[in-house]
Design a protein around this ligand. Structure first.
Ligand SMILES: Cc1cc2nc3c(=O)[nH]c(=O)nc-3n(C[C@H](O)[C@H](O)[C@H](O)COP(=O)(O)O)c2cc1C
Length: 343
């Protein structure tokens, strides 16, 4: 059996394969109420029918003002939670596990009347200058994450992914480029910059009993930002906090792109963390070629492959990958789908 299709045992959770759907905002909440729509239900259910092992729902904001845009999903009220619970049950019925990414946009909130960040530094000229969070403001953020985690528990999600990547609020605290604070959440030490994420995880653990993932950007593409060695230390702390999986992405803190984006361009960072930490490592980024996705697992560079755009292009990516890798054991959710992959 190709490694891509080997089950993997997480705490209290077995995934039937190592294919994970990466969180991807659909910006489709047109009523601006943060609630799932029929589109979302069909979108995620299709990927379950397509055989994905674990589906992460897109970034769901922990508060109304923490949304990137007004079309984002939210996880801050009961109506949202009722709809999320229903989708969790549907995905389970269709044979996949399901998680959700929880997030606060910080200075990258585009539609809120005001935005907040560790320090009053704008992302770019196109964005407003955020207010530097007060200590009370930080307390509210932590409480919002905790309440969201409680809703993740209520809805029955198998995993939670705390969004510490792509330049959103937690990433802004982690980086010395965006965190110029002088308090205990401030820039004087890595421990201080990590404190917000640490306290969010601690609070999450008091209300959520499933698997905890953290997604971070291993590089902000600026030599003066958080270093790989600092992330080694952060991973050590994450392990102590009983985080189980780290999903290794890059970028988003600053309005700049990597010099080259090629298949597997972020896997070298995943591979570094696989070598330097005891966490399970998920790699993401242009891994849509099944041979490449399988190779990064077979060669021990990562434990799990997260896919974004390949699953937008093809909800049946897993079946297509099984065919390409000559894996005869792959069982589509509905046997008739197998006919679509016959010679
Ligand atoms: C439409 C779209 C929306 C995205 N939204 C999110 C998101 O909500 N949270 C997140 O962490 N990453 C988000 N991403 C990044 C993806 O999760 C993924 O890391 C990125 O697309 C690279 O993987 P890929 O080459 O497999 O697409 C988004 C990407 C796309 C294409």
């Amino acid at each position: 059996m190709a490694k891509l299709f080997e089950p993997i045992q997480l705490n209290r959770l077995t995934l039937k394969n190592r294919i994970v759907m990466a969180p991807m905002c659909m910006y489709a909440v047109h009523k601006e109420d943060g609630e799932l729509t029929n589109f979302h239900d069909a979108h995620y259910a299709s990927r379950a029918i397509g055989g994905v092992g674990l589906i992460f729902l897109e970034a769901a904001a922990v508060s109304e003002e923490g949304r990137i845009t007004n079309q984002d999903l939210g996880i801050y009220n009961d109506k949202q939670t009722v709809k999320l619970t229903k989708l969790v049950n549907t995905i389970h019925e269709l044979g996949s596990k399901v998680g959700i990414q929880i997030a606060h946009a910080g200075r990258k909130a585009e539609d809120a009347p005001n935005s907040v960040a560790p320090s009053a530094l704008a992302y770019s000229d196109a964005y407003r200058t955020p207010d530097a969070l007060t200590e009370t403001g930080i307390e509210k953020i932590i409480t919002d994450f905790k309440s969201a985690a409680k809703r993740v528990e209520t809805a029955g999600f198998d995993a939670i992914q705390i969004h510490a990547a792509h330049g959103y609020l937690i990433n802004q605290f982690l980086s010395p480029l965006t965190n110029k604070r002088t308090d205990t959440y401030g820039a004087q030490s890595l421990e201080n910059r990590f404190r917000l994420l640490k306290e969010i995880i601690e609070q999450t653990k008091t209300v959520y009993t499933g698997n905890i993932w953290v997604r971070f950007s291993a590089t902000d593409y600026d030599i003066n930002s958080t270093t790989l060695e600092e992330y080694d230390q952060i991973n050590h702390w994450l392990k102590e906090l009983e985080v189980e999986v780290v999903d290794v992405s890059t970028g988003g803190l600053l309005p700049r792109k990597p010099d080259a984006i090629y298949p597997g361009y972020q896997t070298k960072f995943a591979s570094h963390f696989k070598e330097h930490s005891d966490l399970l490592i998920s790699t993401v980024g242009k891994l849509g070629d099944p041979d490449l996705a399988n190779y990064v697992l077979e060669s021990g560079q990562a434990d799990i492959v997260s896919l974004g755009r390949p699953l937008l292009r093809n909800p049946n990516w897993a079946a297509a990958a099984a065919k390409a890798l000559h894996d005869k054991q792959f069982k589509p959710f509905n046997p008739s789908y197998g006919r679509g992959f016959d010679e």
